[in-house]
Design a protein. Structure first.
Length: 428
């Protein structure tokens, strides 16, 4: 009995010391536990998208996601399992993207990056409800075609539409919700390793995996480290360990070490990619006099792609709507409290720098697009009257409330633009 009491006392002392150590040297236990739950929900082989399907090279679009041959559901943040899946065309949707117009339905395509992808899965019911109030759409079914991908940036939206139109797809409305990836990704993933800025994200690495055994080995080790992080979160998040401050402390220490190893491995991969780059991976040579020059170049590529999308849609009788997406780093765009800032603001991060440099340039180009006929709307201030937390990571993702607010704003713009009765669409 005495031995049991000694063990119990020792255990309680260790737990108490762990709790104190966490309070003194780390974040609060609640924040660390939230990080563990977030790590558990991520797919470490594809952490940006959180889908159990890696990106693969596509001959026209650049990259798509690998179809789920077992028909399993895809999810964002653990939601909507079995509703969405990676289709045979490589998009996350409820079915293939090829549809034909009719007088009984409205075909709405959704383009863009991570925010557009999440919007297409969270808010289409709300969007349909709002759009159904347009007289021309009364009594018609809404067919949403989800073409957004967390890694996409222009001109991938443009190329996606061209490709699907070639295959016979038809649309009544195309919604392009973008801006962040166009601003941030070239300077983070491609330009630093000598890859053409207009190429898809991480193109040099994508190509290297098909040609270099050394790169495959390095990428495999990186995948192992990321899987180890997820396995740790799974084990330490199980009963009884999830209730133990000591286990939480051990997990946090292990995570910090794994994060450090992952960072070092990413540096090795970036150096290797730059050193061993072939023309297939790098594309045409490109040089920018300054970071600002690169941002100006990316902005020009963004507005030109949108203009071409508008002209393509106009030639096919499709109404094209372009929305510059909101982002927490746009100065003055939203009141952000302490809790939201802790989750969503990382001052000085590459995306913070890129957004604050690029978005003013994009906003300045909006009148130029509008003058050319593009129906463009700046949504950066859509949360200006919302002090409640909206953003849930340091990139650009938001929760369901943000998606629903955007749905109302997007529908209001479309409703305003289509205020005059539309002629009945006929199949093309």
């Amino acid at each position: 009995m005495i031995n049991v009491l000694i063990l119990l006392g020792t255990w309680i002392s260790i737990e108490a010391l762990s709790f104190v150590a966490m309070r003194m040297f780390l974040e609060s236990s609640g924040q660390v536990a939230n990080q563990r739950r977030a790590a558990l929900s991520e797919d470490r082989s594809n952490p940006e998208l959180k889908f159990n399907a890696p990106a693969i090279i596509h001959p026209y679009i650049g990259t798509v996601m690998s179809p789920q041959v077992d028909g399993g559901g895809a999810s964002i943040d653990g939601k909507y399992d079995a509703k969405y899946a990676v289709t045979e065309y490589g998009f996350v949707d409820t079915g293939p993207p090829i549809h034909q117009r009719s007088t009984t339905r409205v075909i709405v395509g959704i383009l863009g990056g991570a925010v557009a992808q999440q919007f297409g899965q969270n808010a289409t019911d709300a969007l349909a409800e709002e759009l159904s109030q347009i007289p021309a759409f009364a009594g018609r079914e809404f067919q949403f075609v989800r073409l957004a991908n967390g890694d996409y940036k222009q001109p991938q939206q443009l190329m996606t539409v061209n490709y699907l139109l070639t295959l016979g797809a038809e649309f009544d409305i195309l919604i392009n919700l973008d801006g962040v990836n166009e601003a941030a990704l070239p300077g983070i993933d491609n330009v630093p390793v000598g890859v053409f800025s207009a190429y898809p994200r991480d193109w040099g690495k994508m190509v290297a995996t098909t040609a270099s055994p050394d790169f495959v080995r390095m990428a495999g080790y990186l995948a192992y480290l990321r899987k180890q992080e997820r396995d740790d979160a799974l084990w330490f998040g199980s009963t009884p360990w999830k209730y133990s401050p000591t286990a939480l402390l051990v997990w946090e220490i292990r995570k910090q070490r794994l994060d450090h190893s992952i960072g070092l491995q990413l540096q090795v991969i970036n150096r290797y990619t730059k050193k061993e780059m072939t023309f297939c991976g790098s594309g045409p040579p490109e040089h920018f006099e300054s970071q600002q020059a690169m941002y100006e170049h990316c902005t020009e590529l963004w507005w030109r792609s949108s203009l071409l999308l508008h002209r393509l849609c106009a030639a096919r009788g499709i109404r094209y709507f372009h929305f510059l997406q909101p982002n927490q780093y746009v100065v003055g765009s939203k009141p952000i409290g302490q809790d939201e800032a802790a989750a969503a603001i990382q001052e000085g991060s590459p995306i913070c720098v890129a957004i604050r440099a690029c978005f003013p340039l994009m906003q300045a180009q909006a009148p130029r697009l509008a003058k050319a006929g593009v129906d463009i709307t700046d949504l950066t201030g859509v949360f200006a009257d919302h002090a409640e937390p909206i953003y849930n990571d340091t990139y650009c993702r938001m929760g369901l409330p943000g998606d629903l607010i955007m749905a109302k704003a997007i529908a209001a713009r479309i409703r305003h633009s289509l205020s005059k009765p539309m002629q009945s669409n006929t199949p093309q």
